[in-house]
Design a protein around this ligand. Structure first.
Ligand SMILES: [Zn+2]
Ligand SMILES: [Zn+2]
Length: 222
């Protein structure tokens, strides 16, 4: 008698326990799905907002790309930080002292320069007889999103076709025919008389340094 009662009690308990387990599982699953759904919705919203901004954000008085307030010609390809509108000409040639925006008639091929881009990235320029190049190091792959306030709508369209975060390479020699190129690992471009390549560089020789150093910078040479 006592045994059967005990058995019944145990079976009842285990049944209840099972029911609770099912309820908990269902609840957990529901919350999990709801979380996923909300996350998706948020991603979708921010992406829609980004593209709405590209179209609707008011145009600046002077576009960072085609406004060219200085009236100077960009002879060499330029590097643009999409989030700040900072434009850097990868100028390997010597500018003219007499005619601003023109190249010097006599290019002295006997010096190397170390300088910084507008974003504070180091830039090395070699003007030597056997090699003329410009090398700059960019922060890793993950870049800040494009801020449309710096660009006119026409330029936004040109840029967004190529990239929406980080940097792009631009040929601004002819402002009526702006060409944009994505910064991609291993990319090689021939832009008029310039050749540009994008490489990942491992600064430092030991693997340990590479692993602890975070994302390796992009080497950008010309
Ligand atoms: Zn523009
Ligand atoms: Zn000079």
């Amino acid at each position: 008698m006592l045994k059967t009662l005990l058995k019944k009690l145990v079976s009842l308990l285990s049944e209840k326990w099972l029911r609770w387990m099912v309820i908990l599982w269902a609840g957990g699953l529901f919350l999990f799905c709801a979380g996923l759904h909300i996350g998706n919705e948020m991603c979708y919203k921010t992406e829609v907002e980004f593209w709405q901004g590209i179209v609707t954000v008011q145009e600046p008085e002077s576009c960072a790309i085609c406004g060219n307030s200085r009236g100077l010609t960009f002879h060499a390809p330029c590097l643009l930080d999409l989030s700040t509108g900072n434009l850097v000409e990868l100028a390997i040639y010597e500018p003219s002292c007499r005619y601003p925006g023109e190249l010097s008639e006599n290019q002295s091929l006997d010096h190397s320069v170390i300088t910084f881009t507008a974003n504070g990235d180091p830039m090395f320029i070699d003007r030597l007889k056997d090699i003329q190049r410009c090398v700059t190091y960019l922060p890793g792959k993950e870049g800040e999103p494009m801020d449309p306030v710096h660009y006119c709508r026409n330029c936004r369209a040109i840029l967004a076709r190529v990239a929406t975060t980080g940097y792009v390479l631009l040929d601004l020699y002819n402002l009526d025919e702006i060409e944009a190129y994505p910064i991609e690992e291993g990319a090689e471009y021939n832009i008029r008389i310039y050749s540009v390549s994008v490489k990942y560089s491992l600064q430092g020789t030991t693997q340990g340094r590479y692993l602890t150093g975070g994302v390796p910078p992009v080497r950008f040479s010309m």
